[in-house]
Design a protein around this ligand. Sequence first.
Ligand code: ADP
Ligand code: MG
Length: 374
Amino acid sequence: MGRIDMDGVTKVFGEGGEEVIAVDHFDLTIEDGEFLVLVGPSGCGKSTTLRTIAGLEEVTEGTISIDGEDITDEKPKDRNIAMVFQNYALYPHMTARENMAFGLKMTTDLSDEEVDSRVRDAAGMMGIEGLLENKPGELSGGQQQRVALGRSIVREPKVFLMDEPLSNLDAKLRTTMRTELQDLQQRLETTAVYVTHDQTEAMTMGDRIAILDEGTLQQVGTPLECYQKPNNVFVAGFIGSPGMNFLDVRNENGRLIHESIEYELSDDTATELQQVSADLILGVRPEDIRVISGTTERNRITVQPKVVEPVGDMTYVHFELGGVDMTATVSGDIHVQVDKELDIVFPEERLHVFDQETKEAIKNSRRELLSMPS
Ligand code: ADP
Ligand code: MG
C-alpha cells in the first residue's frame, strides 16, 4: 500500500527575505502502485516536491498523507519511503553487500539472517548477485546504480522516490535502465514517483505524468493524454520531440491570418472558434505536417527548407514561415533538399488552437486510437 495525497503543498524558500516559491499549491493524488513521473524544466520545483514527500524539506503550507494518514510533520525515517538520487552516494569503503545491508542494520532490528536474505533477494532482482563482494570503485556506473537501487529495495518501502536517477549514465545504458526500472517497479508493486527533466523519459516510463512549470502543476494525465490534449501552450511545447510549432494568428471570419499565410477553416471549425477571442495561437506538431504534391489541396503552404536533417526513417525539415522557425518531420523516403520548394499542409484535424492571452488550449487535435483487430 502506498497512496499519496498531496493537498495544497507549497514550499517557499527564504521566507522574510528574498522569497522563492519553489512549489505553489501542489494538489495531486498518486495511486497505490502507480508509476508517476514528475517532469519539467530545470528549476521548476521537481526536486523540492519530491523532497517534501520524503520529509527532507518542511512544507510551508499544505498537507501530505500516505494511505490516508497525515505525515506532513513526520520525520523522514518514520515515513517508510526510499529515495534514490542521481549520484548514488554509496559508501566507497564498503562492499556492495555492506552498502545494501547498512541501512537495514542501522534502522531496523532485523536479525542478521533476515538482513542477509533481503540483500540476496534484492541483489537477485537487480542482477548483481555476482558483485556483492565488490566495492563501488570496482563497479561501472550502471552497476553502482543497481546497488543503490538494491539498497532502497531491501527496505521494502511503501513509496519509492527517484530524483533523476539515470542522468549520470550514458545514453544506451539509460535506455536499458529505464526498462529495468519499470519492470522492477511492477514486480515490487510499490508506488513510485520519478523525477526527470527529460520528456522522452517521462513519456516512456510514466503510468501518468505530472508536468510542472515554475512551481505550478500544469497538467496531469497519461503520456498520450498530455501529448494529444495539452491544456496549454507550455505543455504543448514541452511534450513531444521536436517540439510543437506555434504561430500567432488572427481569426477573421474563419480565416486564420498570419503575415505569411491565410488558413481557411472548415465551416464547423469556424463556427467552433467564432465565440472565442480573435487573437489565437495556432499549434501544429512537426509529425502532423504533411508533404503534398499537386496544387489543388486547400491551405497549401510552400516553404523553402533551410536545414534538412535525415535521421533514417524520418527527416527533420527546418523552415521559416513569416519569420517564425518551424520544423516538419517527414518520411525518410521523401527526398527533401535545402532551398528547393516544398509543399506542405497543416491538416485541420491535427491543429491545436490556444488563446494568445491566457495561453490555454481552446481546441486540440482530433485523433482516434485505432483498435487492433481481435
Ligand atoms: P528542479 O529539481 O525542478 O530543478 P528545484 O526543486 O531544485 O528544481 O528548485 C526549485 C526552485 O527552488 C529553484 O528556483 C531553486 O533555485 C529554488 N531552491 C531549491 N532549493 C533551495 C534552497 N535550499 N534554498 C533556496 N532556494 C532553493
Ligand atoms: Mg532537481
